[in-house]
Write a new protein. Structure first.
Length: 186
């Protein structure tokens, strides 16, 4: 029988209220706390605990404080990826942020989708879907990226947009729900 963590990793329905998952979230809380309270000249681009928690992170990726993540081990940051202050990544599934991607302040990325049945949702049932952000993507401040979304290379997501569907490479999307308004070069 699979543990709740194994079910989460396999993309199956799992109970998020689980002792092992609680412990992993506590590890992440300690790491983001260190990142938030460390003096910037000591922290550098990322606090040591946070860097060690991530699935992979390039040496020149940069995360402003404050920052929050659920687990950390599902986050993968490419070369020169930049996350501005207040970003939140609820990484119950893998989140890949490509080389040169820039996330504005307060961008939120969600991987968990809670069950629609009220009794199962109350029991903590959710499913995790990965989020992929390509190279040289620009996501404006306050945007929300929902579970299972991929954003193609060179795309732009306008500030405050809610991205419910995948975005093709080189396209600009805006609004709630986000919709294409043209190529990223506009």
């Amino acid at each position: 029988m699979l543990s709740e963590r194994e079910k989460m990793a396999a993309g199956e329905w799992y109970r998020c209220m689980d002792e092992e998952l609680d412990g992993l979230r506590e590890n992440a809380r300690r790491a983001v706390h260190q990142h938030t309270v460390m003096p910037p000249d000591e922290r550098g681009s990322m606090a040591p605990l946070l860097r060690s928690l991530f699935g992979s992170v390039s040496d020149n990726a940069f995360i402003e404080a404050p920052f929050h993540c659920a687990y950390g081990f599902n986050i993968f940051l490419g070369e020169k990826a930049y996350l501005n202050a207040g970003c939140v990544i609820l990484d119950s599934a893998p989140v890949h942020i490509g080389e040169g991607a820039m996330l504005g302040p307060g961008v939120h990325i969600y991987c968990a989708q809670h069950h629609k049945d009220v009794a199962l949702r109350a029991d903590g049932m959710e499913i995790a879907k990965p989020v992929m952000i390509g190279r040289d993507v620009w996501i404006g401040g306050g945007a929300i990226i929902l579970p299972g979304v991929s954003i193609g290379d060179g795309a732009i997501v306008g500030a405050g947009s809610v991205v419910t569907k995948s975005v093709a490479p080189g396209v600009t999307v805006v609004g709630n729900p986000a919709r294409a308004i043209g190529p990223a070069a506009l």
